[in-house]
Design a protein around this ligand. Structure first.
Ligand SMILES: Cc1cc2nc3c(=O)[nH]c(=O)nc-3n(C[C@H](O)[C@H](O)[C@H](O)COP(=O)(O)O)c2cc1C
Length: 379
């Protein structure tokens, strides 16, 4: 169990990773529905929002305000913030507290996208440790104990420029509730295998909880990560794409139960419809069903579904059309066991990290990088 405040408790210690374009109010609700299985630790996991850009929040940008949407029964409300300017991040946290927008704020220092690192943001930022510490301190001060603040980061820029030890210690000094570590550098992007050894190292080094992240494809991988690293909890990203029932498996695994879900194609079709319906509730039918398209391949991975039907599902525009097409799936087809434990979602590998001129030479800069606050997807 991880207890960040009276309102923010993860028990079992499982967190849905913030994923831009994915972990919106609809997907979080779907995951909560699956995770809330009966049992001693029923459904009290944390489900974090997709990242919200601090400047856009402070400016009350309309699109951003729509992203800051929680279901009426969603508790705790976990919001991830991305920012590069201590004052703006502080103002965003103050706004979250004053307007009662969330119960928990997570800070994103893991984005590897070139557009962001090229400006000194995302996973490039902790290299400038002074600025990193200023941002985290500013957020914790602005929260003033009203909401817990946590930090999510990668190992560093690349193997020659690791930042996680010092950044984690600075975050702990600032008073964050936990540090979540993704066992990859920005250069690793999403390729290869996540390195869990640094997670074990941080778990040993810090007094606050350390959460491990990277390559948990099945519930048993989560138990293995806890066992092998001594981390206090786990963060689940790509493993739940097209598989929201993974949260039921995780609840079972942490309860010591052996049951794991292997839904047949009929049940997967019903889950797909539910997902699209929740997106339609949030965005309106047209936009919601279009947004659902990107999830189709993840849900159908490994199932025998003809190319035409797959393509039609991935281009449907209304709930009725989607429902008709889902009706054509072979409902009796069992879950394809060969996809278990296999990567899904982004798997692109090593790339050179784009950085601002002179970024690596000036380690302790506190200057705020200009324009690094692009609203972009990534961690
Ligand atoms: C589509 C996508 C969007 C992501 N967006 C964010 C984000 O907004 N904030 C963040 O901290 N990490 C983001 N991440 C990174 C994940 O939170 C997670 O750290 C990463 O996927 C590794 O975990 P996994 O191996 O369980 O997927 C994103 C990842 C993916 C695949």
């Amino acid at each position: 169990m991880i207890r960040l405040s009276d309102k923010v408790i993860a028990d079992p210690p499982v967190v849905l990773a913030p994923m831009a374009g994915i972990t919106n109010v609809a997907f979080r609700r779907l995951c909560r529905e699956h995770g809330a299985t009966p049992g001693p630790t029923a459904g009290a996991m944390l489900y974090v929002s997709e990242m919200i850009t601090s400047r856009a929040l402070v400016e009350r940008n309309q699109k951003t305000m729509r992203l800051v949407r929680f279901a009426p029964d969603e508790r705790p409300r976990s919001l991830q913030l991305y920012g590069v300017d201590p004052a703006v991040v502080g103002a965003a946290v103050r706004m979250i507290v004053d307007d009662d927008l969330a119960d928990h704020v997570d800070l994103n220092f893991g984005c590897p996208v070139p557009k962001v690192t090229r400006k000194g943001g995302g996973a490039a930022l902790p290299w400038h440790m002074g600025l990193f510490a200023d941002i985290v301190n500013s957020a914790v001060r602005a929260a003033d104990g009203a909401v817990p603040v946590t930090v999510k980061m990668r190992l560093g820029i690349d193997r020659e420029h690791l930042t996680y030890r010092e950044a984690a210690l600075r975050a702990q000094d600032a008073g964050v509730g936990y540090v979540a570590l993704h066992g990859r550098t920005a250069a690793d992007f999403y390729g290869g295998e996540a390195d869990w050894a640094p997670i074990a190292e941080l778990a040993e080094l810090l007094d606050i909880p350390v959460l491990g992240n990277g390559d948990i494809w099945e519930a048993d991988d989560a138990l293995r990560m806890v066992r092998e690293t001594g981390c206090a909890g786990v963060v689940i990203g790509r493993g739940c794409l097209g598989r929201p029932w993974l949260f039921a498996d995780l609840a079972a695994a942490f309860d010591g139960r052996p049951d794991r879900r292997m839904p047949g194609l009929g049940e997967v079709g019903r889950t797909m419809y539910r997902h699209a319906e929740l997106l339609a509730d949030w965005l309106g039918e047209d936009h919601g069903v279009r947004d659902f398209r990107k999830h189709v391949a993840w849900y159908l991975k490994g199932f025998g579904v003809g190319g035409d039907l797959r393509a039609a599902l991935a281009s449907s525009s209304t709930l009725t059309e989607l429902s008709d097409l889902l009706g054509k799936l072979d409902a009796d087809q069992p879950f394809p066991a060969d996809v278990l434990g296999r990567p899904r979602g982004r798997t692109t590998g090593h790339r050179a990290v784009a950085l601002p001129e002179g970024w690596l030479a000036a380690r302790d800069e506190c200057a705020v990088p200009a324009d690094a606050e692009l609203p972009d997807s990534g961690g």
